[in-house]
Design a protein around this ligand. Structure first.
Ligand code: MD6
Ligand code: FE
Length: 207
C-alpha cells in the first residue's frame, strides 16, 4: 500500500479501499442513512444552508445550525442516537490513525456535483492530539490544503474513490476545503456525487 507524504502531518493512501470494499461500505452507509437521514446543516448566525448534506455514525455526531457548530449524541431532526460506526471504519482508524483510542464520530458528507466546502479548520473537538481520518467514495474531489493561518499558501490534491487521507500533527489545525467535484469520474454512486467520511476522536480520553 502506497502512502504519500503530502505535507508535514498529512498522509494520502490512494486506493486504500478496494472496489469491493468501497461497494460494501456504501451498502453500510445506506443503512446508516436509513436510520439517520441526511440533513442540511446551516451556517451559524446567517442560517445559510451548506451545499453539502450530512449525517453521522458513532457515539457523537457533528451538527451545525443557528446556535453554532457542535458534537451531540442525537440526530438534530429525529432526536435518535446516531447509528453505530461500521467495523470497516474502526479498522481503518486502527490501521492508519496511529492513535491509541477509538474514534467517536464519523461525519458523512454527501456532495452533489455542484457542492463545495469552503476553507475551514476542524476545531470543534476537545482532543487535538488525535488526527482526523478521511475516506472518499464516488466522484473525485479537488481538495485544497493550506497552513494553520488563514490566507497562507495552499496546494491542491485530488481525492478519488477509496482514497484515505490523514490529517494530524502540525497539520491538525490546517485550513482545508473542497474546491470542486469532478462529475462523472466514478461509477460507484449510481446517481453520481461524492461521499466523504471523516473519523474523529472528540473527547479527551481519561487516564
Ligand atoms: C471532504 N474533508 O473531504 C472534506 N477535514 O469532503 C474535510 O473537511 C476534512 O478531509 C479534516 C480532515 C480531513 C478532511
Ligand atoms: Fe474538515
Amino acid at each position: 500500500m502506497t502512502r504519500l507524504a503530502v505535507a508535514p502531518g498529512v498522509f494520502h493512501w490512494p486506493g486504500y479501499l478496494s472496489p469491493e470494499a468501497q461497494a460494501a461500505l456504501l451498502a453500510e452507509l445506506r443503512e446508516v442513512a436509513r436510520q439517520a437521514p441526511f440533513f442540511s446543516p446551516r451556517m451559524p448566525k446567517t442560517g445559510k444552508p451548506f451545499s453539502v448534506r450530512m449525517t453521522n455514525c458513532g457515539s457523537l455526531g457533528w451538527v451545525s445550525d443557528l446556535a453554532g457548530y457542535r458534537y451531540q449524541p442525537q440526530h438534530p431532526e429525529t432526536g435518535a442516537p446516531w447509528p453505530p460506526m461500521p467495523a470497516v471504519l474502526q479498522d481503518a482508524w486502527r490501521a492508519l490513525a496511529g492513535y491509541p483510542h477509538p474514534p467517536e464520530a464519523c461525519l458523512v458528507n454527501f456532495y452533489e456535483a455542484s457542492a463545495k466546502m469552503g476553507l475551514h479548520q476542524d476545531r470543534d473537538e476537545l482532543e487535538f492530539d488525535a488526527p482526523v481520518l478521511s475516506l472518499s467514495l464516488g466522484d473525485t474531489a479537488v481538495f485544497r490544503i493550506g497552513s494553520t493561518e488563514r490566507g497562507g499558501k495552499t496546494h491542491s490534491l485530488k481525492l478519488a474513490s477509496g482514497d484515505a487521507l490523514l490529517f494530524g500533527g502540525e497539520a491538525r489545525l490546517a485550513y482545508h476545503g473542497i474546491d470542486r467535484i469532478l462529475a462523472g469520474s466514478s461509477a460507484l454512486l449510481p446517481q453520481g456525487g461524492r461521499i466523504n467520511l471523516t473519523l474523529r476522536r472528540v473527547t479527551k480520553p481519561r487516564g
